[in-house]
Write a protein that binds this ligand. Structure first.
Ligand SMILES: [Zn+2]
Ligand SMILES: [Zn+2]
Length: 315
């Protein structure tokens, strides 16, 4: 199995001179089995280039599976621009959280309403169908075995552990650490004192995450904030690399990949973050890589990442 990063940013796309090497597109990762099966995790703006590549591989109709962490814009905005959706006969299965899936058709249909987009979802040649995922309820998609994991994010988010070809990786985005309630709280309601029930539920959520990540080869984690930024915006629903490293070290993960980079972090700052956390990871016994657009990682081997374009990625 291997994974390729098509978008590594959080919040909104930031193409431009400051992000040439790490990339400016939002969340989208493609997993491939050794046999060539494909599953797409999140549908941010990086999904557009992925769709073009998939279309070059096969012009005929195919079935695609898309696992959504949640339906914030940076995780769905690429869907209307996914070119295989315009090939008649294509089937696109969208898998998302129970709470989100109840409204999923409306949400995805909503972003293609005539005010926003020239073609409504019902008119797109591909057929879409929607599947509700529930944390803890595992399922198979072809060669992939998928385990959804509850995360701590405003209105909820779900991570995925994906096992295939005798190895595993996990996608943990978006999530805050587990010391304040975000999963059922509106952003503007602000921090509230934690009740005993809240503490229990967050503790259970963290324990379940660590248990599902135990022994996983590679974990891709929402590390949007540096510690000083997190201190200013703890209610935004994102983590720091230090918080991700704690979880990964506790779960005996081999490799942590920093992901969902803050749009304000330009290439030079990203180089510093990559170097700092590579060293911190070594001290904690976890290899820490920093994702960039176009990075392909073999899962379950110690091979270095490949670059699709030698000019992209860390200096
Ligand atoms: Zn996000
Ligand atoms: Zn989000």
């Amino acid at each position: 199995m291997q994974i390729t990063f098509w978008g590594v940013r959080g919040s909104y796309p930031v193409p431009g001179a400051a992000t040439v090497r790490y990339g400016g597109q939002t969340s989208c990762v493609e997993a491939r089995s050794a046999k060539g099966d494909c599953v797409i995790v999140d549908a941010g703006t990086g999904m557009r280039a992925l769709g073009n590549k998939l279309l070059r591989e096969s012009m005929g109709p195919r079935q695609y599976h898309v696992l959504l962490s949640h339906v914030h814009w940076d995780h769905i905005q690429g869907l209307p621009f996914f070119s295989p959706a315009y090939v008649p006969g294509t089937k696109i299965a969208i898998h998302a959280l129970l709470t989100a899936a109840d409204e999923l058709q409306q949400v995805i249909g909503g972003i293609t309403r005539h005010e926003f987009f020239p073609m409504p979802l019902e008119a797109v040649p591909a057929t879409f169908d929607y599947h509700q995922v529930e944390p803890g309820v595992e399922f198979d998609l072809g060669a992939f075995h998928v385990t959804p994991i509850a995360l701590n994010h405003p209105f909820g988010s779900v991570g995925y552990r994906i096992d295939c070809d005798g190895s595993s990786w996990a996608y943990v985005s978006d999530t805050a650490p587990f010391d304040r309630v975000l999963h059922k709280q509106h952003f503007l309601s602000g921090p509230e004192p934690l009740s005993d029930d809240d503490k229990t539920s967050l503790g259970t959520m963290r324990e379940a995450l660590v248990a599902k990540l135990r022994g996983v080869d590679t974990v891709v984690y929402d590390t949007h904030f540096l510690p000083d930024e997190y201190a200013r915006f703890p209610h935004y629903g994102h983590s720091t690399p230090d918080q991700a490293l704690d979880i990964c070290a506790e779960a005996n993960v081999r490799r942590l990949v920093l992901y969902h980079h803050a749009p304000s972090h330009g290439d030079e700052q990203m180089d510093q973050i990559a170097a700092t956390y590579l060293a911190k990871g070594e001290a904690a016994g976890v290899e820490v890589l920093t994702s960039f657009e176009g990075m392909t990682l073999p899962i379950g081997t110690a091979d270095p990442p490949e670059r699709t374009n030698p000019g992209i990625g860390p200096a």
